[in-house]
Design a protein around this ligand. Structure first.
Ligand SMILES: Cc1cc2nc3c(=O)[nH]c(=O)nc-3n(C[C@H](O)[C@H](O)[C@H](O)COP(=O)(O)OP(=O)(O)OC[C@H]3O[C@@H](n4cnc5c(N)ncnc54)[C@H](O)[C@@H]3O)c2cc1C
Length: 448
């Protein structure tokens, strides 16, 4: 095809039209499937490659999907029929660790855990800690404003982004933010692109904030609950106390059962839920003890404090363990932390009403839950599971929550957008999209 050849003349073997390779890069880790195959895949190695690819796509009105590592759970990186896939995976250079200013400058395809390890050599760490950190890219984390296990203490990805290099839909390159701690020059475009899910521009590089690794040995702690409401109330009380943990996660009994059958670690299946958490700093032991005092007051039992990380490892296994179960229809709703007990009880009720098993793990300290509805891999089962997820989402909204706490809207939550955002807000979002991507080539039909 002549048009593709014109792009190949610029990109050479960084442009692939191999069907099997395109297929592999046209999917993410969600239940969304491509509706047809893209025509080409760009293995971008430089910002200029991304710029050339977007200028080409914009001129021809070709839909573009943007891909980091494809660990996304909202269908945002799924390829378009006749479209172009731009992969950032080869742009994986850590350009600079600036220990003096606690900043790192990285290309978008750097793996999250690799940045954390590189920062560690300077006594620093990268706070965002998605459970997918070993595979996900920084660009992907920023594009969805990912959360993770340490958010209760450090906030979400946007709290660690100082500036971005972005290629706009027409191929122009722009830079946002600054290396200073304070910067109020112009609109906050760093925040606008953070969480824009590949719909406003392609992030090619980022300057991110690092923090010093806390001194002392971390402690992990665990408690079991026979009543899910007690577990929710305990989390609310811990978050309201002065003993902020680094991590505070809940796994319900069904999740623990599934994780233990996937990779046994000896955690006993609780009556209702297990709370796991971590404290850091020289007073980590003391803080963990104080937290467990609060937990005991809310009928938590089987209390344990440990120097080992194994309890958190079990939590990190939740996603692969659930995936191994077959079709997973899950979501990432959020509620104010005071509503945790209410939403857990409500999910139990929805499971009963729909006659389905629903397992839930939660970044409990943030009020961010991942309920997963069990379903066989048939269209009818899929629809039935989606209906249960929709009910959970409506429940979260009725409690003052959000349809997506960290995975993004993508394609799988697009129908829920107007449940949360009013008409004027939707108009403003659409106006921003039109201003930055007038031909609508960037991740069209998703996100907003
Ligand atoms: C096992 C597992 C555990 C997970 N745990 C967590 C968790 O704890 N917290 C959490 O928040 N998420 C979690 N996720 C979801 C996922 O890892 C995150 O959403 C992650 O940020 C996606 O990164 P990625 O590089 O894989 O992006 P992709 O999946 O490739 O893309 C995700 C979205 O970002 C866009 N995008 C990617 N790169 C760019 C770029 N450079 N410029 C513009 N747009 C881009 C894509 O178009 C797409 O819309 C988990 C997923 C798995 C499979």
């Amino acid at each position: 095809m002549r048009e593709i050849e014109s792009l190949r003349s610029v990109l050479g073997d960084r442009l692939s039209t191999d069907a099997a390779e395109i297929d592999a890069f046209a999917r993410d880790s969600s239940r969304a499937q491509p509706e047809g195959m893209p025509v080409a895949l760009v293995h971008a190695e430089t910002t200029a490659d991304v710029s050339a690819a977007l200028a080409w796509a914009d001129a021809g009105g070709v839909p573009v999907s943007v891909r980091g590592a494809g660990t996304g759970l909202s269908g945002g990186a799924v390829g378009y029929p006749g479209g172009l896939v731009i992969s950032l995976a080869r742009m994986n250079r850590i350009v600079e660790i600036d220990a003096g200013n606690r900043l790192a400058t990285v290309e978008a395809g750097v793996i999250t855990a690799d940045l954390d390890a590189a920062a560690g050599e300077h006594g620093l760490f990268f706070p965002p800690d998605p459970a997918s950190a070993k595979w996900s890219t920084i660009g992907g984390n920023i594009a969805v404003n990912a959360g993770g296990l340490r958010c209760v203490s450090h906030g979400v990805t946007t709290d660690s982004v100082a500036g971005l290099e972005v290629v706009l839909a027409d191929g122009r390159v722009m830079h946002t933010g600054s290396r200073t701690r304070k910067n109020v020059t112009g609109y906050d475009l760093t925040s606008l692109f953070t969480g824009s899910e590949g719909t406003l521009g392609v992030i090619t590089a980022a300057t991110v904030r690092l923090k010093p690794i806390p001194p002392g040995e971390p402690r992990t702690f665990r408690a079991s609950f026979d009543d899910i409401g007690d577990a929710g109330a305990a989390v609310t009380a811990v978050v309201a106390s002065e003993n902020t943990p680094e991590v505070l996660e809940l796994m319900d009994a069904l999740s623990v059962e599934i994780i233990e059958s996937f990779q046994p670690s000896g955690i006993p299946v609780p009556g209702a839920a297990i709370l796991v958490g971590q404290t850091v700093g020289r007073d980590a032991q003391e803080k963990a003890e104080k937290i467990l005092e609060i937990v005991r007051a809310h009928r938590g039992g089987d209390l344990e404090i440990s120097a080992s990380d194994s309890l958190l490892e079990a939590r990190r296994l939740a996603n692969p363990a659930l995936t191994a179960q077959g079709l997973r229809v899950s979501c990432d709703v959020g509620v104010p932390v005071t509503e945790l007990a209410a939403i857990f009880r409500g999910i139990d009720e929805i499971a009963r009403q729909h006659g389905r098993r629903i397992s839930t793990v939660a970044h409990a300290g943030d009020g961010n839950l991942h309920p997963t509805v069990e379903a066989d891999d048939t269209p009818e089962e899929h629809r039935a599971a989606e209906a249960a997820i929709d009910d959970i989402t409506r429940l979260a909204l009725s409690l003052g929550g959000t349809v997506t706490g960290e995975h993004g809207v993508g394609s799988v939550k697009k129908h829920e957008l107007s449940w949360q955002l009013d008409a004027a807000t939707l108009d403003v979002q659409a106006a921003i999209k039109r201003a930055l991507d007038p031909r609508g080539i960037l991740t069209p039909g998703r996100g907003i």
